[in-house]
Design a protein around this ligand. Structure first.
Ligand code: GLA
Length: 394
């Protein structure tokens, strides 16, 4: 069976499974990472996609301020995460030391500031001896680093996988999960080994999210590659444990606004973590409107926690993706991967809706489009998405 066909078959099975359960009796086994966190996909911001190594206390503070003023906090974004390059050494006791030039008041003061804004604070380390940028890694210091992070008020740790060649990924990440648990502080664990050790097989018991792909680039084709790869593992995602197709590029300038709306829609359909990766201090109106579209965020954050899947395609470029929602509706994305406008039909039965008709709402134009029988047809812009919510009429 081809990969794509397998996905379609899985879609049909998933659609009927979702229908077989009434939403109120639907239960999922809690993720065995056991920390009870990230019941919906984590939302926040991370420095890497825009700033790479160029991070500082001032930039992170200004980002937290911007998260509040732009309305992103109120739309659901919580974690402000510093990625690689904040750390320069270990001290005589082996404790991690932050760059004193770039973080003159230290990490604890920065975490306090972020908390004072009603936000949560995240940091980055690496399971190996060094980070990807050559800074000190956590290998051999798991308990010590977990205690340091807890003492600083860290709420989220992304743990990378550079300089870890001879190590066993499930063992190392479990070691750090246990070290974090021993601190007694609730801390989200973000596993970042790029899908290189089949994390979908073990990471749901270890972390709250795990990367399924290589690093995203700010291009349409990279975004689609990550979509396709992460889609292969849809069945293992659920409350507390999410596939991570990597952080958002919305607003970074490499794609058009239309492409960014598609990127954001597809991450929501996939129940992916929504971790913005742009400069929040300097956003265009369309970028803010995309990142704070509450109807799309509600698809991502739906409490059922199902990852949407590909349910129809006319290869290679026209596709329909669907995500079951807690109330029995479906979020449906009509995706046009081609460079010309196209008409796409979304058959409700393919999306798992056993109904003669459905009420349709457009989640980008914020309009109720009315009642449709069996299918919804729309023109979809080149490199674009039409995203709807289809509620069955009983
Ligand atoms: C890896 C990760 C990225 C980022 C960089 C930092 O490439 O996948 O997300 O954290 O390291 O060096």
């Amino acid at each position: 069976m081809s990969g794509r066909l397998a996905v379609v078959v899985a879609a049909l099975v998933m659609g009927s499974l979702a229908l077989a359960r009434s939403p109120s009796t639907h239960t999922r086994v809690p993720a065995a990472s056991g920390n009870g966190l990230a019941r919906t996909p984590p939302m926040g911001w991370n420095s890497w996609n825009h700033f790479s190594c160029n991070v500082s206390e001032q930039t992170i503070r200004e980002t937290a301020d911007a998260m509040v003023v732009t309305g992103m906090r109120d739309a659901g974004y919580r974690y402000v995460v510093i990625d690689d390059c904040w750390q320069v050494a270990r001290d005589a006791n082996g404790a991690l030391v932050a760059d004193p030039q770039r973080f003159p008041h230290g990490i604890k003061a920065l975490a306090d500031y972020i908390h004072s804004k009603g936000l949560l604070f995240g940091i980055y380390t690496d399971a190996g001896t060094n980070t990807c940028q050559g800074r000190p890694g956590t290998f051999g210091h798991e308990n010590q680093d977990a205690r340091t992070f807890a003492a600083w008020g860290v709420d989220y740790v992304k743990e990378d996988w550079c300089h870890a060649q001879r190590l066993d990924a499930p063992t190392q990440y479990a070691k750090f999960r246990d070290a974090l648990a021993r601190t007694g502080r609730p801390i989200v664990l973000s596993i970042c080994e790029w899908g290189s050790n089949q994390p979908w097989e073990w990471a749901p018991r270890v972390g709250n999210l795990w990367r399924t792909t290589d690093d995203i680039e700010d291009t349409w084709s990279s975004m689609l590659d990550n979509l396709d790869q992460s889609a292969e593992h849809a069945t293992v995602a659920g409350p507390g444990a999410w596939n991570d197709p990597d952080m958002l590029e919305v607003g970074n300038g490499g794609m058009t606004d239309e492409e960014y709306r598609a990127h954001f829609s597809l991450w929501a359909i996939m129940a992916a973590p929504l971790i913005a990766g742009n400069d929040l201090r300097d956003m265009s109106a369309p970028t803010i409107a995309t990142l704070t579209n509450r109807e799309v965020i509600a698809v991502d954050q739906d409490s059922l926690g199902a990852q949407g899947i590909l349910v129809w395609e006319r290869p290679p470029e026209l596709q329909v993706w669907a995500k079951p929602l807690r109330d029995g509706a479906r979020a449906i994305a009509l995706l046009n991967r081609s460079s010309a406008v196209a008409r796409i039909t979304a058959y409700f039965s393919r999306a798992g809706l056993r109904t003669d008709s459905a009420q349709v709402r457009d989640l980008w134009s914020h309009k109720d489009l009315g009642k449709f029988g069996r299918q919804f047809v729309s023109a979809v812009p080149a490199h674009g998405v039409v995203l709807i919510r289809a509620t069955p009429v009983r």
